[in-house]
Design a protein around this ligand. Structure first.
Ligand SMILES: [Zn+2]
Length: 139
């Protein structure tokens, strides 16, 4: 690691403000409140032009759907839980659900979850680390 190494967001919508907690930023339509993660000239839901504005999203949500993954790339420990979460207030994200047994008896659709941020295992060519996000059951 060089002295210049920094922590980079693993996805462009993950924001790392200096001196405060990381957060997820979406683009919220000022007309219909729909949330997206990619830029559009017009809202894909209501077609209003220039209505998508950056919006700090909630770090809590509900488990929409999940899959327990038993086979993956070499070096990726299995099983793990791949999940899609509807954030409270809008926005839908995919990541892994951690800190829960990969057992359907212990995972409920609609269960309350929260985003946790942690440093990913991989680094870029310059030795910079990536900040990633995952979900865990809300306590
Ligand atoms: Zn809209």
């Amino acid at each position: 690691m060089t002295e210049q190494a920094t922590l980079k967001p693993i996805k462009p919508f993950l924001k790392i403000p200096v001196g405060s907690e990381p957060y997820i930023e979406g683009l919220r339509c000022e007309s219909c409140q729909a949330v997206f993660f990619e830029t559009h000239l017009a809202c894909p839901k209501c077609t209003t032009h220039d209505s998508l504005k950056p919006s700090k999203l909630s770090n809590t949500g509900k488990l929409h759907v999940y899959s327990i993954v038993h086979r993956s790339m070499p070096g990726i420990p299995v099983p793990y839980v791949s999940a899609i979460v509807d954030l409270d207030g809008g926005g839908t994200l995919k990541s892994n659900l951690i800190n829960v047994d990969p057992d359907p008896k212990k995972i409920e659709f609609g269960m309350a979850v929260e985003i946790v941020f942690n440093v990913a295992a991989q680094k870029d060519k310059e030795g910079n680390e990536y900040l990633a996000y995952q979900f865990q059951p809300r306590s």
